[in-house]
Design a protein around this ligand. Structure first.
Ligand SMILES: O=C(O)CCC(=O)C(=O)O
Length: 299
């Protein structure tokens, strides 16, 4: 029987619906207990109390309400101290238009056509997966990350040697190696990580040159230990990297932040990213590709 008919039958007429009380929005729960009365017959008999009382109990929220910090955007040329912490100052330097457009166009098409691009297979918990991008490596030493090694390659493309020299003037760093990434379209990506392998040394400076379509370079702060690896409330920064832009990461950036280039679900053209680094021989007695924080703790 419908609620309306039930009320009509009980009350002998179309009864007014008991108004719903609106309680406080947080921490309040309805308490619809009927008053306990031994002497009153139940309402269903048509002669008991007709009114249903809705009361609310206020339960103090057990956890403080926390706001997710709004994502910051860095898109103008400048030096940015993105955090100060026990590991030191984390720094970004952004130089959009570092290469003039014609030079960037020319370099992009040469490198796209002439570098030895290939797809690397990495490992996670023993499972192999193909990287969702193409890469190539230059340096006198091999480079191991994600449990897979890129062999030493001293056959530098002449254009890359010229660029390396220019970057030395700007950054003061003598980079001895280079990881090149080719994102073929918006579906290619690189997941959250830090460039913090022991072979890159402590507080590395990394010079990252972008050519081709713009992609968003995102950073998220490492959560404090009490968050148990939960990144929900950490600070986030997005940096759009356009054709010809140079980004320098230095100080504690690799200790205190992670970065990624996420997949995009609208059309993106190809993009080349060149990350110049300084690489050192793997510390003695350590497995290649070990993260610095694990190496530092070991005896
Ligand atoms: O493509 C980029 O801008 C980032 C590349 C990167 O994170 C890396 O090579 O470690």
């Amino acid at each position: 029987m419908s609620d309306k008919r039930q009320r009509a039958r009980v009350q002998g007429s179309w009864a007014k619906q008991v108004p719903k009380h609106s309680g406080p929005s947080t921490g309040a729960v309805p308490n619809n207990h009927q008053p306990k009365s031994g002497s009153q017959p139940p309402a269903a008999w048509g002669c008991g109390p007709q009114k249903t009382t809705t009361t609310f109990e206020f339960n103090q929220p057990t956890k403080a309400v926390r706001d997710v910090p709004p994502e910051k955007v860095i898109e103008l040329a400048g030096d940015y101290e993105i955090s100060h912490g026990p590991s030191g100052v984390s720094r970004l330097q952004l130089l959009p238009g570092f290469l003039p457009p014609e030079e960037a166009d020319w370099m992009f098409s040469k490198l796209l056509a002439e570098l030895p691009w290939s797809q690397k297979t990495n490992f996670r918990q023993g499972e192999a997966y193909d990287e969702p991008r193409l890469t190539c490596w230059y340096g006198e030493l091999p480079y191991t990350y994600a449990q897979s090694t890129m062999a030493a390659n001293t056959q530098w493309h002449p254009l890359l040697l010229t660029l390396r020299e220019t970057l030395k003037q700007v950054s003061g760093c003598s980079f001895n190696s280079l990881l090149c990434n080719l994102y073929r379209d918006g579906h290619d990506s690189i997941g959250w990580h830090s460039d913090d392998e022991a072979s890159l040394g402590s507080k590395p400076t990394i010079a990252s040159m972008s050519l081709g379509d713009t992609r968003v370079f995102s950073l998220r702060k490492q959560p404090p230990p009490e968050e148990n690896g939960d990144y929900t409330y950490v600070e986030r920064i997005r940096v759009p990297l356009s054709h010809g832009t140079l980004l320098l990461m230095s100080g504690a950036t690799q200790d205190d932040w992670q970065h990624q280039v996420a997949k995009e679900y609208h059309d993106r053209g190809p993009r080349i990213n060149l990350t110049f680094r300084t690489i050192y021989p793997e510390p003695e007695g350590h497995r290649a590709g070990t993260k610095l924080r694990f190496t530092a703790k070991d005896p």
